[in-house]
Design a protein around this ligand. Structure first.
Ligand code: ATP
Length: 466
């Protein structure tokens, strides 16, 4: 099986060649697109690895020529930039995938495995590069953000519904805007709407529009937000909190591409792309009957997960430059090592939104000078619903759901033991795990648990534990 490498850096050709030979492929390296086009065609050609920056024709422009020459063989673009616009250009020009330089052996083998149906291996690592992008740009060079860029590029090339998940402040709206801006609807409106934030009495009129005279103050026909988005993209933020009756109507609109204004009888055609976002797991809301399964399946077509800032700390210096460049007094600011150390270790439970506020706050206090750790505001107390505590809380909610009889009669005294049932359920694994951690030493376990040794013994007896 042959793979052609097109790169003008001999060291990359050599390293890739070695790797590919080790994986059992035959590698042919050339230094330019022109040379690649001159290679004789072979039935055994399985893949072309193509650098973007080349002497002569650049990689992206060479892609249609290579396609013409070699047919539908997968082309993987290698880029030293790893930014969204290169990713989008590569996908638009028909690249099957792309790899970021500096190349990582695991990334290459994993990609080969995926494209050529061989075994997979885990991906990893890209080198951070500090630069300042325009306001509203999705900033990040971490592996987690590279995944997001790639998915944005793929989503932008289609018109399917996209569901963006992630904690509050992780940039879900920015991701939605990026999909719209890089898609074919970019010249049409991007209409963001946060349904739970709308006045409940007026939400339907806001969304679907209304006919004149339908209610007090409706003195003219008015189109709703869904119609305003026609031709463009509708961004439905916090979709998980949408009231059930509105979910039915939204689904109808999405499925049949039509809206009927409040007080109207005749549906009108609309054509918008749906991008929804949620910071709650919709599957759980479906299980709890708080979200319609049919709407969930309609939206859950292409999912993009926005990573929490704590999971991509390597982007912090870049984000810092980005937000400082966005405010006048930040342009001359310099972040001290000690402040950067603090920025790198905070939990950022409010994610990029909290980070941005902290940087802007500090720049104002430092008045364009050196930003010290004491210029940073106190970290937010709010904890996201993730990690151990979040997982535990979710388990408790699920346990309660199951333990709660559907047709409960609050006056039924026999059922009034939920609290003690819960305690006896959680107590046993807690005692067992603590004892195990203490190597079976009951005195040590009682100390860690903060209870008396004799209480522990009694509880162990009751729980049937020796
Ligand atoms: N990757 C990023 N690069 C640059 N700015 C970002 C990034 N992610 C988030 N931001 C900024 O952080 C703030 C919050 O972003 P955004 O509103 O998109 O988050 P969200 O996930 O939609 O939040 P919520 O769930 O609360 O609606 C905005 O000011 C946005 O510009």
């Amino acid at each position: 099986m042959q793979i052609v490498i097109v790169d003008d850096e001999p060291s990359i050709c050599w390293a890739l060649g070695e790797l590919l030979e080790e994986e059992g492929y035959t590698a042919t390296a050339v230094g330019s697109a022109e040379e690649a086009l001159e290679l004789s065609t072979t039935d055994d050609l399985r893949l072309i690895l193509l650098d973007v920056r080349l002497p002569g024709i650049d990689g992206i422009s060479a892609m249609p020529l290579l396609r013409e020459r070699f047919g539908p063989v997968p082309i993987v673009v290698m880029t030293a930039f790893g930014d969204l616009s290169t990713a989008v250009r590569a996908v638009e020009s028909g690249a099957t995938d792309y790899l970021c330089k500096p190349l990582n052996a695991d990334d290459v083998t994993s990609l080969l495995g995926r494209l050529l149906l061989k075994e997979r291996s885990e991906p990893r690592a890209a080198t951070p590069r500090r630069s300042v992008a325009p306001e509203g740009t999705l900033v990040g060079q971490s592996p987690a953000m590279q995944k997001v860029f790639k998915k944005v590029a793929l989503a932008a090339a289609t018109d399917v519904p996209v569901l963006i998940t992630g904690e509050s402040g992780t940039g879900k709206e920015l991701i939605a805007r990026a999909i719209h801006q890089h898609g074919s609807r970019r010249a049409q409106p991007f209409v963001p709407v946060c349904l739970p934030a709308l006045n409940p009495g007026l939400v339907e009129a806001e969304l679907f529009g209304h006919e004149r005279g339908t209610f007090t103050g409706a003195d003219a026909n008015r189109i709703g937000l869904l119609e305003a988005a026609s031709g463009g993209s509708m961004f439905l933020d916090e979709i998980g909190d949408t009231p059930l009756e509105l979910q039915v109507k939204l689904l109808r609109t999405i499925e049949y591409h039509e809206v009927t204004p409040v007080g109207g009888v005749r549906p009108r055609q609309v054509d918008f792309r749906v991008i929804a976002a949620t910071n709650q797991p919709l599957e759980r809301l479906v299980q709890q009957g708080r979200f319609r399964a049919d709407l969930f399946y309609r939206l859950n077509v292409f999912v993009i997960e926005a990573p929490a800032l704590r999971d991509r700390r390597e982007d912090i210096p870049l984000l810092c430059d980005h937000f400082l460049a966005g405010i006048e007094c930040g342009r001359s600011s310099v972040v001290s090592d000690e402040a950067m150390e603090e920025l790198l270790k905070r939990p950022w439970n409010g994610n990029v939104r909290e980070f941005r506020n902290a940087i802007e706050h500090a720049a104002v206090l430092a008045r364009g000078g050196l930003i010290a750790a004491e210029h940073l505001p106190a970290p937010s107390e709010a904890r996201p619903d993730t990690g151990d505590v979040g997982r535990l809380s979710r388990c408790i909610v699920d346990w309660t759901d199951e333990a709660f009889p559907e047709d409960i009669d609050a006056s039924d005294a026999e059922l009034a033991d939920l609290y003690s049932r819960f305690l006896s359920t959680v107590e046993k694994p807690l005692l067992e795990a603590t004892l195990e951690k203490c190597g079976g030493n009951q005195t040590a376990a009682a100390t860690i648990l903060g209870i008396h040794r004799s209480t522990l013994r009694q509880k162990l007896r009751e729980a049937g534990l020796k």
